[in-house]
Design a binder for this molecule. Structure first.
Ligand code: NDP
Length: 443
């Protein structure tokens, strides 16, 4: 059995009942084998055995008081996965589906993603099974303050710097930052995604969605194509989806769908982004309310958003949202590019199917790295106590995304897998972390 398969089997045994973590390791480890074959030192120094074991996992109780005066209890997590190339960095997710397995899959992916940005940030992830949906602002504040009461013990500008993810946007980051400051008395950039009036960076809100479109732009360019006139199907209608839709529209593509966990809208004339912003960012409503703004659009409560014929598909909601049935529909309808905005949206089988059919495919760890990249730029601005202009940050983001595309496609080509951005991103991300681990000894 190869080294990567041996480590994979062992890690599965050591972490039973963690299906999402197993899935992430299964997607990454085997693709590293051709690279590891040329570097026996990684096996000798047990780099993979160390890589799959988080440096630290913290699980804690989060008690808070709801609007009826009742005490509620949720569970909080922070997995500090790997600090070989910098302090732990990765988002916090608040969603009822959050488990240790989900946080570990996200944290494991984050190690490779952060490395790919070329910036000095290690991998971590956290969150809670708390559901902000339907809660009042006061309830969300009560939860966030309690969550930070415990989490603050493990954070620091040179130690661990969380950001947002599903269910954690500007409101939640603000409440958590306020509580951190109150407890520690420190005004420091210990969270990213902060508001612009208290240390946030321009473009951070837009970064993941814009970065995703910059990645797809590089993929299209490699085939002499562009976004102009292309039909784009997007799932989700949160932070990543909205700004991916905005940038694709600015690039003269037509975005025709957006969704949430209840259903999807299809607007053949092109999604009205301002309407979606009003619904989702303004009143925190449901995507079906889009029909109030654009009555000609259609709303589907059942069925797959991927059944809508398109040239480009951008999954931007959550994990395992694009399975074999969705991949078959995309292939049948002539889709040419799939780039993942969400983390691990495409199952392994569906990924293989798309790749084998010649669809250009970019994995989330490369395609959605723009968010964490601009988070690192926010950290740089906080440390030097300056703010860069929108244009300056956006230009840096675009160049980081181009570099990620180039390093991923070159690594794939170097190891005989031309065009396979999944393997290329894994190898390019792994190399830097593994070499740093070798140089730092058995820590
Ligand atoms: P948001 O909470 O802003 O939006 C999430 C969107 O996905 C909502 O439309 C939500 O619908 C939908 N969604 C969530 N869970 C499900 C589900 N189980 N089934 C169907 N739809 C669902 O999150 P983000 O936009 O920030 O994150 C989206 C994805 O992008 C995640 O995978 C995240 O890890 C990834 N990502 C985010 C980054 C960021 O900077 N924010 C950075 C890199 C990756 P509903 O409102 O109905 O729940």
């Amino acid at each position: 059995m190869s080294y990567t398969m041996k480590v994979l089997e062992l890690a599965k045994q050591n972490n039973p009942s963690e299906p999402e973590f197993h899935q992430a390791m299964t997607e990454i480890l085997p693709t590293l084998q051709p690279f590891i074959d040329e570097h026996p030192e990684y096996e000798k120094e047990k780099i993979l055995e160390r890589l799959v074991e988080p440096e630290r996992q913290i699980i804690f109780r989060v008690p808070w008081v709801d609007d009826n005066g009742e005490i509620q209890v949720n569970r909080g997590f922070r997995v500090q996965f790997n600090s070989a190339i910098g302090p732990y960095k990765g988002g916090l997710r608040f969603h009822p589906s959050v488990t240790l397995s989900v946080i570990k899959f996200l944290g494991f992916e984050q190690i490779f993603k952060n490395s790919l940005t070329g910036l000095p940030i290690g991998g971590g992830k956290g969150g809670s099974d708390f559901d902000p949906k339907g809660k009042s602002d006061r309830e969300v504040m009560s939860f966030c303050q309690s969550f930070m009461n415990e989490l603050c013990k493990y954070l620091g500008v040179n130690e661990d710097i969380p950001a947002g993810d599903i269910g954690v946007g500007g409101r939640e980051i603000g409440f958590m930052y306020g509580q951190y400051k109150r407890i520690t008395g420190q005004y420091e950039g210990v969270l990213t995604g902060k508001g612009l009036t208290y240390g946030g960076s321009l473009v951070r809100t837009e970064a993941t969605g814009y970065g995703l479109v910059y990645m797809a732009e590089s993929m299209l360019r490699s085939k002499g194509e562009s976004f102009i006139g292309k039909k784009v199907v997007i799932s989700g209608s949160g932070n990543v989806a909205i700004f991916a839709a905005e940038k694709a529209t600015q690039f003269d593509a037509k975005v025709i769908t957006m969704s949430d966990s209840n259903g999807y809208v299809h607007d053949p004339e092109g999604i009205d982004i301002d309407a979606v912003k009003q619904i989702k960012l303004g009143r925190r409503g449901r995507i079906k309310e889009y029909l109030e703004f654009r009555p000609h659009a259609k709303y589907f409560e059942k069925g797959l958003v991927w059944s809508t014929p398109c040239d480009i598909a951008l999954p931007c909601a959550t994990q395992n949202e694009l399975l074999v049935d969705g991949a078959e529909l995309l292939i049948k309808n002539g889709c040419v590019v799939v780039a993942e905005g969400s983390n691990m949206p495409t199952s392994l089988e569906a990924t293989h199917m798309l790749q084998e059919s010649g669809v250009m495919f970019a994995p989330g760890k490369a395609a959605n790295a723009g968010g964490v990249a601009v988070s690192a730029l926010e950290m740089a601005q906080n440390s030097s106590r300056i703010s860069w202009s929108f244009e300056e940050v956006d230009n840096k983001l675009r160049s980081i995304m181009r570099n990620i595309y180039t390093s991923s496609s070159s690594a794939a080509e170097d190891y005989g897998m031309k065009g396979n951005l999944v393997a290329g991103a894994n190898i390019a991300g792994f190399k830097k972390v593994a070499d740093a681990m070798l140089l730092q000894g058995a820590v």
